[in-house]
Design a binder for this molecule. Structure first.
Ligand SMILES: C[S@@+](CC[C@H](N)C(=O)[O-])C[C@H]1O[C@@H](n2cnc3c(N)ncnc32)[C@H](O)[C@@H]1O
Length: 315
């Protein structure tokens, strides 16, 4: 399990906390992995949930661990070398939206559970150098996938080339940012004077676009804009829809799907998807009320505070 002490700069305060996989106990209780079963962790990240699952499915079960960020997979190849040797783990660097193809390719049957732990990880904020956080001055990339391989869009491209209306739309829909008009206008105007290159450039522009009281709140005024850009760059909402549809197709009858979300946009997609599949009698929702981290978990791991867990079983 990850036991890394790390520092988060939050509202001028330095908070030291122990980083742990979010809602671990609850996820394991619901997925209930047993020796010999096969599971998929679609967002293996630092491997916290994965390790707990592998320990329970050993010696004959398999976990397929997917991550879109090649660096995450490279690190796990070292950290989990024993699981790779014992054939309890397969690591795949891909987008989970390609789940159906991935499973066909590896010819794995009878999947008992699939976990989605959405969004970015501690590594993205602290070490990736890809501009996921306004706390460090880095180039505005915000891609999980390595861009030299994909020629994919970056956050810099969005802020420097998109028209004002399109910027407004993502800030409103993906960021749920109440000052979406003011921020989009300022980004557009500033990008025409000088290209916006770094996270600090962008955070400064946002700070100047919003009212004084908003800029002075505990939550950094750039939070929602950064979230919106990350979702747009990676097409995250579309990935969730496609990934969940694929999960339903490949999971065994009686198998469980667990999804952890971190903001209301993601949670709405998951909630609606599970409800729709329940109406079609394909899934049955396990926990009618969304599961949230306990007070103790939030106290130990501040980044868990907005997490929500939804789960369903294939019928
Ligand atoms: C919240 S972290 C997962 C943390 C993990 N459960 C753990 O215990 O360490 C989310 C991970 O999903 C990856 N990711 C984001 N979008 C993805 C996608 N579409 N396909 C596959 N991986 C993705 C990110 O690179 C990140 O490593």
């Amino acid at each position: 399990m990850r036991q890394v002490i790390f520092h988060v700069t939050c509202c001028m305060l330095h908070v030291t906390m122990l980083h742990k996989p979010v809602l671990l106990k609850e996820v394991i209780e619901i997925l209930n992995p047993q020796s010999g079963e096969n599971f998929i962790d679609t967002t293996i990240g630092d491997g916290g949930h994965a390790q707990e699952i592998i320990e329970k499915i050993k010696p004959n079960g398999k976990l397929i661990g997917i991550d879109w960020d090649r660096e995450q997979i490279s690190k796990l190849k070292i950290k989990f070398s024993e699981y790779l040797k014992s054939d309890n783990l397969i690591l795949i660097n891909d987008n989970y939206k390609n789940l159906e193809n991935i499973i066909k390719q590896y010819n794995i049957h009878k999947i008992s559970g699939i976990l989605f732990d959405l969004g970015f990880s501690r590594y993205h904020i602290e070490d990736s150098g890809k501009g996921f956080s306004f706390q460090k001055n880095e180039p505005l990339i915000m891609r999980y996938e390595n861009s030299e391989e994909s020629n994919g869009m970056t956050a810099a491209e969005i802020v420097n080339t998109w028209p004002e209306e399109k910027l407004e739309k993502i800030l409103k829909e993906y960021g749920e940012e109440k000052f979406f008009r003011q921020i989009a206008k300022k980004i557009y105007e500033e990008s025409k004077k000088n290209p916006i290159k770094t996270t600090f450039d962008l955070a400064g522009i946002i700070r100047n676009a919003v009212p004084f009281w908003y800029a002075k709140r505990k939550i950094n005024p750039a939070t929602k804009t950064f979230q919106a850009l990350r979702i747009a760059v990676n097409d995250e909402f579309e990935n969730i829809r496609t990934g969940l549809s694929a999960a339903v197709k490949i999971i065994a009858n009686g198998g469980k799907i667990a999804v952890i979300t971190f903001h209301s946009g993601e949670d709405r997609i998951v909630k609606n998807f599970l409800k729709e599949k329940q109406t079609e009698k394909i899934l049955k929702i396990i926990n009618k009320k969304v599961i949230k981290p306990s007070y103790t978990e939030i106290r130990e791991n501040l980044s868990a505070r907005s997490a929500k867990l939804r789960t369903a079983v294939r019928i």
